[in-house]
Design a protein around this ligand. Sequence first.
Ligand SMILES: C[S@@+](CC[C@H](N)C(=O)[O-])C[C@H]1O[C@@H](n2cnc3c(N)ncnc32)[C@H](O)[C@@H]1O
Length: 282
Amino acid sequence: MPFLYSFPRYLSAKKTVDDRALNAHVWETLHQQMPEQPRILEIGAGIGTMVERLVEQRFISSASYTAIDSQVENIHTAQQRLAHLPESINLTLEAIDLFDFIQREHTKQQWDVLIAHAFLDLMDIPATLPPLFSLLKPGGLFYFSINFDGVTTLEPAIDPALDAQIEQLYHQTMDERVTEGQPSGDSRSGRHLFAHLREAGAQILAAGSSDWVVFAGEEGYPADEKYFLQFIMETMHRALAKNPALDEGLFSDWVAKRKAQIETGELVYIAHQLDFVGHAPD
Ligand SMILES: C[S@@+](CC[C@H](N)C(=O)[O-])C[C@H]1O[C@@H](n2cnc3c(N)ncnc32)[C@H](O)[C@@H]1O
C-alpha cells in the first residue's frame, strides 16, 4: 500500500496543533527552570519545530542545541527550515538513531536539558529512560511532551460500535508494535510515565494534559491542519488495513466516510496526551 503523504509536511502541519496543545503550566515551568546559555539535546526532533518554538517564544536566546532524528529526510528539511536561526543559537543537526547516539556519546558529553517531543510513546520507555538520563548532567532538566494517553476521538460518530472497535484496535497496534525485535510503544504512555519516571529516579516538577483538538472554523481547518488530519487518517488506515478483526469492506467504507468528513470540515479530532517536566536523577 503506497504511502502518498509527506512526513516532513505532516510534522510542519502538526506545529500549530502542538502550539495549541502544549500544557501551559508545564511549558511555563520549563521556562522558569531553563538554565542560562543551556546545552540542549533534543531526540527524535523531526524537522526542528521545537527549537523554532523555543526561539520564537524567547525561552532561549543563547544556547547550544543538538537535534537528532533517525530520518535523513527530516534532518535535511530541518537544515533548510532552521537556516535563519539567530547566530547565538549554536545548532547541530544529525541524522542518527538514538541508540547509536547514546552508545557514542554517553561517556563523552552531558547536556543540561533533554527534550523529547511526540517521541517517547514510540519507545520501550522503562528500558529507554536510564540510558537517556545518562546523557544529562546529574539533576539535569527534562521536558517530555505530547505523550499519547489512550484516547482517540473522532466526531461525529459514523457507527458508535464500529468507531469504538476501530479506536480499540488502533491502540492495540501501538501496544503490540515491535521495532527491530524490541517492543516499542504503549497506547497509555502518558499515564504510565508517572511510574516509569519515578522508577528511573527522576523528579517530576509539573505534568498536565496536552490534547490535540482539531476542528474547522468558518474558514475551514486552520493553517495546514487539513493535511495533518489526512495524514492521521491514512496512518489509521494503514495500521488496520489487514486487521483480521475488522471486516475489510466495512473498514474501507468507514475510512472513505472519515476522509469525506475532512473534506467538508465536519471531522473533529481529539487525541489525549500528557506533558512532563522535571529533573533527572542526581
Ligand atoms: C512523531 S515524530 C515527532 C517529531 C518531532 N519531535 C515533532 O514533534 O515534530 C517522531 C520522530 O522520531 C524519530 N525517531 C523514531 N525512532 C527514532 C530513533 N530510534 N532514533 C532517532 N529518531 C527516531 C522519527 O524519525 C520521527 O521524526
